[in-house]
Design a protein around this ligand. Sequence first.
Ligand code: ZN
Length: 180
Amino acid sequence: MQLKTLSTLRETNAEEALSKFDGLNGRDKQGNPAVTGLTDQNKATARREFNIADLVGTNGRYGALHPAALSNDDPVFAVIAYNTNSSGYTQTSVAADQYDKKVYERDAQASGVGQQVRPVSIFIHESAENRFFSGMAMSYRYGHQYAQHREAAIRQDLHLIGGFAGGGLEATSAVRQRPR
Ligand SMILES: [Zn+2]
C-alpha cells in the first residue's frame, strides 16, 4: 500500500496487536541492520495505525515493525494484523508508481476507486508483498509492483469487488470526515 493519510477518530485496544511485535528494524552504531526496542513513540504510532486499519511487520524491512517470535521461539517472518473494528481504508485514486511514475494494473485500480477496501484485499496485497520480500528481495518498489500484479490476478479470478489495496488509499474515517 501507499498510504497517504494517517489520522484516526476511533480508539480501539491495540495492545494485543502490538504484542505480536518486539521491536523495530533499524541499524546499530556501525550501520548494520539491527532490531531496536520499541520506544513509546513507536508504540503510539503503531496503536494509531492499528486503530485506522492494520499493522504489518516484516523481519529485516528497514523502518518496519519486527515480528516477535512464537512462544516456542520459532522466528516469524511477517505479521499482518487487521483490525476488524476499524473503518479501514477507502481507495481514493489510481496511484502511479512512486519511483517510475507509471501506473501498474490500471484497470484493476480503476475498478475500485471510491470504494471501501475489503480486508481480504489487504491480506492478498500484503501477503504477496511479504512473499516477495522473503523469496526475492527487500525492495519495496518491486515488492509493491509484484503485489499489485498478484492482487489484480486474484481479484479477477475470485471476482472480488471493493477498493484495490494496491491503489491510492486513505483512511476511511479521514475521508468521511472531510465534507462538513
Ligand atoms: Zn503495496
